[in-house]
Write a protein that binds this ligand. Structure first.
Ligand code: FES
Ligand code: FES
Length: 199
């Protein structure tokens, strides 16, 4: 899990509001839509996502960086949006849970994997786990069980005991991680062979 405080420390001066300024315009791409937003400089990124954008799939549990429910992808990295100011998201690309499914409602493979594994009960924690899993599999398509446990160790669930969640990630590896990549490589090979491998 990326530490958003690292990013804050590296912000350019242009991302800092002048003293006394209470609002600031940011440009941010959220779920493939780029737009300008006038925001309060003290507004958290999670409040911006939920209240200004109406994307309430990003959940708020602890609001101080412990539970992982608010996890989103910021420039591809898993970030706890409750710990970051929205002004620091200027000129970034954000993906929230609403950005995963297809327009026709077809679930993203990671969502499908958790669905098939009955990964959650109340599912309050689900968006955070899904986004954390996405960041993991984008950087490591074939994680070991230890690596999965380590990556998910910052996300809390009050219901499941975690076994079904871990099973869901293992299914996600097949649908989205190395399994899918292997399948596409096989398909590509078949195409190059003119499909003779299936003959
Ligand atoms: S709400 Fe952000 S980590 Fe809990
Ligand atoms: S399924 Fe209820 S908090 Fe995780």
């Amino acid at each position: 899990m990326s530490n958003p405080t690292d990013r804050s420390a590296s912000q350019t001066p242009a991302a800092q509001a002048p003293a006394g300024q209470t609002t600031r315009r940011i440009t941010v791409t959220v779920n493939d839509t780029t737009a300008n937003h006038d925001i309060a400089v003290r507004q958290s990124l999670s409040d911006f996502i939920r209240e200004d954008l109406g994307l309430t799939g990003t959940h708020l549990g602890c609001e101080h960086g412990v539970c992982g429910a608010c996890t989103i992808l910021l420039d591809g990295q898993a970030v706890r949006s409750c710990l970051m100011l929205a002004v620091h998201a200027d000129e970034t690309t954000i993906t929230t849970i609403e950005g995963l499914a297809e327009p026709d409602g077809t679930l993203h493979p990671i969502q499908q994997a958790f669905h098939e594994s009955h990964g959650f009960q109340c599912a309050f924690c689900a968006p955070g786990f899904v986004m954390t899993t996405m960041a993991l599999l984008n950087s490591n398509p074939n994680p070991t069980k230890e690596q999965i446990r380590e990556e998910l160790s910052g996300n809390l669930c009050r219901c499941t005991g975690y076994h079904t969640i871990l099973k869901g990630v293992e299914t996600a590896v097949q649908l989205y991680g190395s399994g899918r990549r292997d399948a596409s490589e096989t398909t590509d090979t078949n195409r190059q062979d003119g499909g003779t491998a299936n003959a």
